[in-house]
Design a protein around this ligand. Structure first.
Ligand code: DND
Ligand code: ATP
Ligand code: GLN
Length: 552
């Protein structure tokens, strides 16, 4: 009887809907596993289709293409290691989130996901049927049990597998990034190892898909919960490890332990990967954005330079009579320090023309926010024209604080196809800029050193839509605003709790009101990468028409 089992893990980045491309990725990894003498290659949840498919998975033609690709993959990889791969499959006239084990030219086993997540960004109860708990399957010298992702967040599936003879737990995942998620995942997996006494492999996807970024960071635990292997966050990785039979059961041989970054770095990398993959997977090579000299567009430009290289980032300064000299200087210095191209297009001429055209309609009315929004809309129109002409995708730059209170002009600065900082509160925007200035990593395509001029970080934020305007004229200071927003949005706190914490009641009530009346704006806002557990999209779904207010 063999006392060694060699397993190759493919922590890889599929493209949703690119079935042929994902099959080629799987086959390439299988060849590497074969060359490494592995008994089996494991790939993450829903690797063949990409994840998350949403309702696309319901299309019979999509299901048929996947099935044909799976059968072909089995035939192509007949002679060599087994391959475990995530794929949605129709079986017994129901659709399941499955993991198929291929070997000897055929599908040797299919495992159906039992626990279907239906919280935060997941809607799997709507999409799939729940499978009965499958038994273990034979892989070379041992029997493997496979709970699929959410299945391993509960005790029953792993326990049933252990009771029915599994000697190893192999968990394929499609687990998107949210801040400090590693610790949560690790805690669940350690619990499964403790309950069953079995080694466990946690294998996650990497890469961006719409608003979600899968961050990898796969790992292997031995009984007792000791880490035997840690793969890096966000990078693709193919790793081979050995398990040996001992009198107490199978044990993983210790392998490399990658360093996992802190929260600021995790967020920054997630924004870079989210943008890189949204562009690459949608067929865009370049971006354009309005560079105001302020901190939000500065951070977005830097993220874009790190994602696709500064030579692919087209910045445009669009000054008006309210644009300060320091904004012009700061925009120019940022573009210079990153190496991005900067153009200038004044909006005074178009503004004068529009003001004159509207004058008969507005006769007798005082100037107000209408005139401010006109400037933002002119910029949005000009930037979309450049996007149309050059094929560069327009980035929009509103941070989570502004989006939460509707402090942005619809069809103006909200124009754009993707917003890298959508889930980052303004206070954290400052910290992130400081972090990027102090840190450089080999995955950054932008320059090393102080990328963002200090003055951009230190000056008071202003929309510069009227004389001497500052954000804190109309909003509470950002540290106060963000604390209230975190309370109301991320922690669902009653108004009374925030008042008890020392916040002024009128301010809290005003912020609450602004959040509710701007719900409609967020329905029309560009997507951006989810960083926390209450991103303003699938994590938090509120009605647009809503008269309820918290009178606590
Ligand atoms: N419930 C609803 N459903 C559908 N549409 C609704 C609506 N409520 C208003 N509307 C429509 O929306 C319009 C109002 O929205 P909108 O035109 O955006 O304008 P509004 O929200 O009134 O003003 C924009 C605010 O954002 C600030 N701003 C603008 C630009 C940049 C920045 C920055 O610092 O980044 C800040 C600006 O100072 C101002 O306070 C209404 O005229 C109406 O047409
Ligand atoms: N003068 C300008 N030239 C180019 N783009 C501009 C200009 N003013 C505003 N924008 C665009 O509109 C967005 C919103 O800008 P605004 O200054 O109103 O608010 P902000 O949230 O403080 O952003 P920032 O910190 O980038 O200035 C900017 O990020 C930028 O993309
Ligand atoms: N794909 C899944 O089942 C993911 C759900 C799981 N709780 C996670 O986010 O890790």
């Amino acid at each position: 009887m063999t006392d060694r089992f060699r397993l190759t893990l493919g922590q890889l980045n599929p493209v949703l809907g690119d079935i042929a491309g994902n099959a080629a990725r799987a086959r390439n990894a299988w060849e590497q596993a074969r060359d490494a003498g592995a008994d089996m290659l494991a790939l993450p949840e829903m690797f063949l289709s990409g994840y998350q498919t949403q309702d696309l998975v319901w299309r019979p033609a999509f299901q048929a293409d996947l099935r044909a690709a799976l059968d072909k993959l089995a035939q192509d990889c007949a002679d060599g290691p087994l391959m475990g791969i995530g794929v949605p499959l129709v079986q017994d006239r129901a659709l399941y989130n499955c993991w198929a084990v291929l070997g000897g030219g055929a599908i040797r086993a299919t495992i159906r996901k039992h626990h279907l997540p239906n919280t935060s960004v997941f809607d799997e109860k709507r999409l799939f049927a729940s499978g009965d708990i499958s038994g273990p399957y034979v892989a070379g010298p041992l029997r493997i049990g496979t709970p699929i992702c959410e299945d391993a967040w509960f005790d029953d599936v792993a326990e049933a597998l252990a009771e029915s003879g599994a000697e190893l737990l192999l968990v394929p995942n499609g687990s998107p990034y949210a801040r400090d998620r590693y610790d949560t995942r690790l805690a669940h997996m350690v619990a499964r190892v403790t309950e069953t006494g079995l080694p466990l492999i946690y294998l996650n996807l990497v890469g961006g898909q719409d608003d979600q970024v899968f961050d990898g960071a796969s790992f292997v635990l031995n009984p007792g919960g000791k880490l035997a292997l840690q793969l890096p966050a966000h990078d693709e990785a193919i790793a081979t490890l050995d398990f040996t039979r001992t009198p107490d059961g199978w044990r993983a041989e210790p392998g490399p332990l990658a360093h996992l970054p802190d929260a600021l770095e995790q967020d920054y990398r997630t924004m870079v990967v989210g943008l890189r993959d949204y562009l690459g997977k949608s067929g865009f090579a370049k971006v354009v954005l309005g560079l105001s000299g302020g901190i939000d567009s500065a951070l977005v430009t830097t993220i874009a330079a790190d994602a696709i290289g500064a030579q692919n980032v087209h910045c445009i300064m669009l000054p008006s009579e309210y644009t300060s000299g320091h904004s012009l200087e700061d925009a120019a210095e940022l573009a210079r320090s990153l190496g991005a191209h900067l153009d200038e297009v004044g909006i005074e001429g178009p503004r004068a023309a529009l003001t004159a055209a509207l004058a008969p309609l507005f006769a007798g009315r005082d100037p107000d926010v209408t005139e401010e929004n006109l400037q933002s809309r002119l910029r949005g129109t000009i930037l979309m024209a450049v996007s149309n002409k050059t094929g560069a995708l327009l980035l929009t730059t509103g941070n989570k604080s502004e989006l939460a209170v509707g402090y942005a002009t619809i069809y103006g600065d909200m124009n754009g196809g993707y917003n890298p900082i959508k889930d980052m509160y303004k206070s954290r925007v400052f910290d992130t800029c400081r972090w990027r200035n102090a840190n450089f990593r080999d995955w950054m395509k932008g320059p090393e050193g102080q990328a963002i001029p200090a003055r951009i970080i230190d000056k008071p934020p202003s929309a510069e839509l009227r004389e001497d305007q500052r954000d804190d004229d109309s909003l509470p200071p950002y540290d106060v605003l963000d604390a209230i927003l975190e309370g109301l949005i991320d922690n669902d706190l009653p108004v009374a709790d925030l008042v008890a914490q020392g916040f002024d009641r009128d301010t809290v009530k005003r912020v609450e009101h602004l959040i509710y009346i701007s719900e409609w704006k967020r329905y029309q806002a560009a997507p951006g990468p989810r960083l926390g557990n209450r991103a303003l999209w699938l994590d938090r779904r509120y009605p647009m028409v809503n008269r309820w207010r918290d009178n606590s």
